[in-house]
Ligand binder design. Structure first.
Ligand code: SF4
Ligand code: SF4
Length: 329
């Protein structure tokens, strides 16, 4: 089965949330979808969204060939929605100032830009997240009424809204917490990889709107496309938490960040982000991926050619996407 995939270069993400807004305004702006962020961008290290999803992830997904149900989050893990007093200010004139009707207690990006480590070697980076359109989707396996299916033409995982009866088994099984419950219609909903756009040869809105030009979209099986080059040829794009066992199809180029300062305030040869932390996210391959990135950056700085750097820099935005006219192997 051909598999559409995305590579996200964490070295270029500036946490602007344009992707989040593009997705939200296109797909999830109705009642019942307030806390739905099919695409979110979280600060790492950090609890992410929903809060502490990795703790649930570690007890969900596939283990020893069987699906694990990791339970449901406390609603507070998604934060609270608090409306503004528009009516009172704009229509009744009883209040002068816009304010929230109840205080915000938590929510997506509650911990945005909170660094880890000690000054001056503190660090953080941004990690966009969406449904991974997994090759072995735990959500699909867990659904008792077979409402979730994986399309043969591109591997996109979708929830059939006519069949879903809202058991939320998929919520419990997805280790990435990328299935959301619409409490108004009583059904689960999730990222659709902008399939109507894919069918027209256009990239998903999150990728097309990204000002950082850091999301690559194409088919894993297209040997000449950007995805296969980054994942298989250069081996710098790695799946997130591969140990969850779902074989995710969103890959990440890990962040290099500047080196740590030494006691004299000069750059040392020590990495600022602890390698163990990155290995916890992206597995053992992260060390060689970082070494490849550093070596190719040095090549480019020395004036040599580097296919990898040219690909990652993406001077021409069209080089990010190869969705149409693909020769699949
Ligand atoms: S990330 Fe979760 S919701 Fe998406 S396909 Fe994988 S298991 Fe299903
Ligand atoms: S739009 Fe691009 S740069 Fe901005 S947060 Fe999303 S992925 Fe990062």
């Amino acid at each position: 089965m051909p598999q559409i995939a995305m590579v996200i270069d964490l070295n270029k993400c500036i946490g602007c949330q344009t992707c989040t807004a593009a997705c939200k305004s296109l797909w999830t702006d109705e009642a019942g979808q307030e806390n739905m962020l099919w695409n979110n961008v979280e600060t790492k290290p950090g609890p992410g969204y929903p809060r502490n999803w990795e703790e649930k992830g570690a007890r969900s997904g596939w283990r020893d060939g069987a699906i694990q149900l990791g339970g449901l989050h406390d609603p507070q893990d998604y934060g609270n929605v608090s409306a503004l007093n528009h009516e009172e200010v704009y229509f009744k004139g009883t209040e002068q100032r816009l304010q929230r009707k109840e205080p915000l207690r938590s929510g997506a990006n509650w911990d945005e830009d909170v660094s880890s480590g000690d000054f001056p070697n503190n660090y953080h980076f941004y990690m966009p997240r969406l449904c991974n359109h997994c090759t072995k989707p735990a959500c699909l396996e867990a659904c008792p009424v077979r409402a979730i299916y994986k399309r043969e033409q591109d591997g996109i995982v979708l929830v059939d809204q006519d069949k879903c009866v809202g058991t939320r088994m998929c919520n419990q099984a997805c280790p990435y917490d990328k299935v959301y419950f619409n409490y108004v219609i009583g059904k689960t909903q999730k990222c659709v990889f902008c399939f109507p756009r894919i069918e027209k040869g256009e990239a998903p809105a999150c990728a097309r709107q990204c000002p950082g030009r850091l999301r690559f979209v194409g088919y894993l099986d297209d040997a000449d496309g950007p995805i296969a080059k980054l994942v298989y040829k250069w081996k710098v794009a790695l799946p997130l938490h591969a140990e969850y066992g779902t074989e995710p199809n969103v890959y990440y180029v890990p962040p290099l960040l500047p080196q740590a300062f030494d006691a004299e305030g000069r750059f040392s040869d020590r990495s600022r982000v602890p390698l163990a932390y990155l290995q916890g996210l992206f597995g053992a391959g992260v060390e060689s991926a970082l070494a490849t990135l550093a070596a190719e950056m040095a090549n480019r700085k020395a004036g040599k050619r580097s296919e990898l750097m040219d690909l990652l820099i993406a001077k021409d935005w069209k080089s990010l996407f190869k969705i149409k006219d693909v020769q699949l192997v």
